[in-house]
Design a protein around this ligand. Structure first.
Ligand code: NQM
Length: 392
């Protein structure tokens, strides 16, 4: 035998794509696991021609799923970014797009029993140690992939997978505002460093001589810009409690400008070297949160006048209006839909936030994704990399 066959599924999750494994099907030790994943994806090679990777960070992803020992979760999800062109596998960030594939996979692989109708899957996200609840369509107890939900960045319509989060604020950096300030001046630019599930540095596009409507390709091709953005990222990393981020996929750098298509804010996001064709899930949640944060650079360019506010609880209007200290009833809590514009459309984030001490406290966020099982079978890796059951 010259190759080892490893059971896995190829899945699209949101606007990302990758391989999804049961943890038990991969080597237990990290070095062997990473060697297997690099071989499975064909990394390092910019084209990943000898493996399943799609030669872009958004299509070179891995989700590892297992039964959860926790009372509040059904399954555990570990996200691993396989760099296409470097022999590196990173768990330094979470991915809310591949997350959308985890619920259907967990049901398909028997980790969660399907209900007749909709099956809620409680997913413990190991990268950030936070919980997500994904609602998967399961009429007659079978995962349904077709349906009427559209997400920008994916052709056609599919079955909706609404996902809810609590406690994502500060999950990577220790605090929603990791530097302790709403605005910092880094490398001469006013920025807002924020982490509501993803460390993001919010930048104002006009500070860089940009309209904010440039295409991802033109931004990637603008070498003086990419140098400037990377210098800022390297300086922001330690300030955001992320240490030296030279080889890390975080923080993401999001260039913000006023909305151009009726949304709340326009974005172009470096993730961190390629520019996203859309925007990451937690990246969008973090940018949306910055938009409702009075004083932030995002708040300064955002237009929330059209943002529908649902279920206000407590006194006064939403925190976007800067109000809400209110009355004896305690801080205002409101749900607001923030339409984040990106290069291929919109990403709607529903935030439940309350105004607190002049800032905000995030209670919950919610959004819609879709996913699809593309292939199930076995991925082949050379036996020189791993002989199942035998350590390297
Ligand atoms: O922010 C891209 C993606 C992501 C990650 C990235 C993601 C997220 O679009 O939660 O989903 O920012 O690296 O999949």
């Amino acid at each position: 035998m010259t190759q080892t066959a490893i059971s896995c599924s190829a899945m699209r999750g949101g606007t990302s794509k990758g391989l999804v494994f049961l943890a038990d099907d991969l080597p237990g030790d990290r070095a062997s696991r990473d060697a297997v994943l690099l071989a499975a994806m064909g990394s390092p090679d910019p084209r990943e021609i000898d493996g399943m990777g799609g030669s872009h960070p958004l299509t070179s992803k891995v989700a590892v799923v297992s039964q959860s020992p926790r009372d509040n979760a059904d399954v555990e999800y570990l996200f691993l970014q396989v760099w296409p062109d470097r022999a590196e596998v990173s768990d330094s960030q979470n991915c809310g797009n591949m997350l959308a594939a985890v619920g259907p996979f967990a049901i398909e692989r028997g980790l969660v029993g399907a209900r007749d109708g909709v099956t809620p899957v409680r997913i413990w996200m190991q990268n950030t140690e936070t919980l997500a609840i994904a609602s998967v369509q399961t009429p007659d107890g079978l995962v349904r992939y077709d349906g009427g939900a559209r997400i920008d960045g994916v052709p056609g319509t599919h079955a909706p997978i609404p996902i809810e989060f609590a406690d994502t604020a500060g999950s990577s950096c220790g605090a929603l505002l990791p530097t302790g300030r709403v605005v910092d001046v880094i490398e001469g630019s006013r920025v807002t460093c924020i982490d509501n599930g993803m460390p993001v540095v919010c930048l104002t596009a006009s500070d860089f001589g940009l309209s904010g409507q440039e295409s991802p390709a033109s931004l990637e091709g603008n070498l003086s810009l990419t140098k400037q953005v990377e210098a800022l990222r390297l300086a922001a990393g330690p300030m955001m409690n992320l240490g030296d981020v030279t080889n890390s996929t975080v923080p993401k750098m999001s260039l913000l400008s006023p909305p151009a298509h009726g949304g709340a804010v326009s974005t172009r996001t470096f993730i961190p070297h390629r520019v996203h064709e859309a925007i990451g899930v937690f990246g969008a949640v973090s940018v949306a949160t910055a938009c409702v944060l009075p004083g932030s650079v995002a708040h300064a360019v955002a237009d929330l006048s059209g943002a529908p506010s649902g279920s206000a609880e407590g006194p006064a209007a939403g925190p976007a209006a800067g109000s809400g200290e209110g009355s004896a009833g305690g801080p205002a809590s409101a749900s607001v839909d923030v339409e984040v514009e990106h290069p291929t459309g919109f990403f709607t984030v529903t935030l439940q936030v309350e105004a607190r001490d002049g800032g905000i406290s995030v209670r919950k966020s919610a959004l819609l994704r879709t996913a699809r099982l593309l292939m199930r079978g076995e991925v082949m890796v050379p036996s020189s990399v791993w002989t199942q059951g035998a350590a390297l």
